[in-house]
Design a protein around this ligand. Structure first.
Ligand SMILES: Cc1cc2nc3c(=O)[nH]c(=O)nc-3n(C[C@H](O)[C@H](O)[C@H](O)COP(=O)(O)OP(=O)(O)OC[C@H]3O[C@@H](n4cnc5c(N)ncnc54)[C@H](O)[C@@H]3O)c2cc1C
Length: 410
């Protein structure tokens, strides 16, 4: 596998780099003031970054998954808050539609999301159903021309600004869980910002309430009963994006640590001369390198799955939802992507948190201030060990792959 950055990727990353630099000071201000960064969408829209891996057919940039990951790596240097916007809008938002929606749904929804006119979110988690979404309470009933959905979701990233979301609910009669595309201006949908978050302060999370919300039949995503399958497939993309962003966080921690340790003197010499400080630096370097290769490898596995699904749709003239576990090629590719992204996310988020902690330690008291970049990374990386599959749950997933089905922990 060759992960060298191509000329095309370099050009894309340099555009992303320019936007990141142009809004860096505003992002930092918003972070301190705990408010939404309202420049993010308009500025990144100008370079088409609101649809980086989305096909040109739906007005995206049409980049492959590894290239997209490398842009998230760059955005991650600005912090997980900014990167989380893209993970939600694109990775677990648009990419579900690209993979699972039928042609009519893609045409109705994707172009507006790639231009930035419409923002996406992914609403799976409920107060009583976090790591175990199969225990969700939100329910729908078939009332002829539409579905009637009631329930509550919480912690929904981009939830305060989203125009379109995918959500998941069980059939009141059969208990089967299905996925739906919901316009946030539908009657029966309300939302409330979740305050007092510890980090990730420039994007906002919301509680979303559905009270007998009418969803047109044409907005069922996939088939009846495919909800969890769709949600779990979205999480493959979500985890990959978190792993990619974590690499950027570690790179920024390294830059900050090098700069500080090579300018601050204590006990007669620069901090960078001290052996214990060098240990922190070397651990950050190892974190970056190891996470890079795990993430890039996972991105390639995800690309193979994508290519197979697209080929299947072309040849069979059927959309993704007709693929099932009996298709050996599909299930092997999906298992590989699932396992490798879980490993990458688990490793990259744990190491990013460790690196942020080490950077903060090197900064000493200066790092223990809200305005310090390393303090922001410390607070934000903590969330990445919880969302998109808490790391314990990913460990169990990784172990069950080698132990086999008889040893599933849950
Ligand atoms: C900042 C943030 C953003 C989020 N964004 C979104 C979003 O956009 N959309 C969305 O749908 N959700 C979102 N979430 C929700 C997130 O996905 C859940 O928080 C996560 O799945 C964990 O669920 P929980 O918080 O209910 O914890 P719980 O499921 O209650 O778990 C608590 C702890 O127990 C551990 N645990 C659970 N089961 C087991 C087990 N079998 N064995 C061992 N340990 C176990 C977990 O790993 C965790 O450490 C977000 C959460 C946060 C914090």
């Amino acid at each position: 596998m060759n992960f060298d950055t191509t000329k095309e990727q370099e050009e894309l990353i340099s555009k992303v780099d320019r936007v990141c630099k142009s809004i860096r000071s505003f992002e930092e201000l918003c972070y301190i003031e705990d408010r939404l960064n309202e420049k993010l969408v308009p500025e990144f829209s100008k370079i088409g970054m609101l649809g980086c891996p989305i096909s040109k057919k739906y007005e995206g940039l049409g980049y492959d998954i590894l290239s997209y990951c490398k842009t998230l790596e760059r955005i991650g240097e600005e912090g997980n808050s900014m990167r989380t916007f893209f993970s939600v809008h694109t990775s677990i938002g648009q990419m579900i539609l690209q993979g699972w929606a039928n042609e009519d749904q893609k045409k109705r929804y994707l172009p507006a999301t790639t231009s930035g006119k419409s923002i996406m979110a992914f609403a799976l988690t409920e107060p009583e159903a976090g790591s175990d979404p199969s225990s969700m309470i939100s329910a729908y009933e078939d009332i002829g021309e539409s579905y009637l959905l009631s329930g509550k979701k919480h912690w929904i990233g981009n939830g305060t600004i989203a125009n379109v979301i995918t959500t998941y609910a069980r059939d009141k009669t059969t208990g089967k869980i299905s996925a739906f595309i919901v316009d946030m201006n539908s009657s029966g949908v309300t939302r409330k910002e979740m305050k007092n978050k510890m980090g990730l302060l420039t994007i906002k999370n919301a509680e979303i309430y559905f009270k007998e919300c009418r969803i047109p039949k044409q907005n069922l995503l996939g088939d009846i009963g495919q909800g969890l399958n769709i949600a779990y497939s979205a999480l493959i993309d979500g985890r990959l994006s978190v792993a990619a962003g974590s690499i950027g966080v570690m790179k920024d921690c390294l830059n900050e640590t090098l700069h500080h340790s090579m300018s601050r003197r204590q006990h007669g010499s620069l901090l960078a001369k001290k052996q214990l400080i060098q240990q922190h630096i070397s651990r950050i370097v190892v974190g970056i390198e190891s996470s890079k290769w795990l993430t890039y490898r996972a991105a390639c596995a995800r690309q193979k799955l994508h290519d197979y699904v697209e080929q299947f749709k072309l040849e069979q003239k059927q959309w993704h939802s007709k693929l099932n576990r009996d298709n050996k090629i599909y299930s092997t590719l999906r298992n590989d992507a699932d396992r490798l992204t879980a490993i990458a996310k688990f490793h990259a988020t744990n190491t990013a948190f460790d690196c942020a902690n080490r950077s903060l330690q090197v900064f000493g008291s200066i790092g223990y201030q809200k305005t310090a970049r390393v303090a922001k990374h410390f607070l934000d990386t903590r969330a990445t060990m919880i969302y998109e599959g808490a790391n314990e749950v990913l460990e169990l997933k990784i172990a069950s792959e080698v132990l086999g089905d008889n040893f599933r922990a849950y």
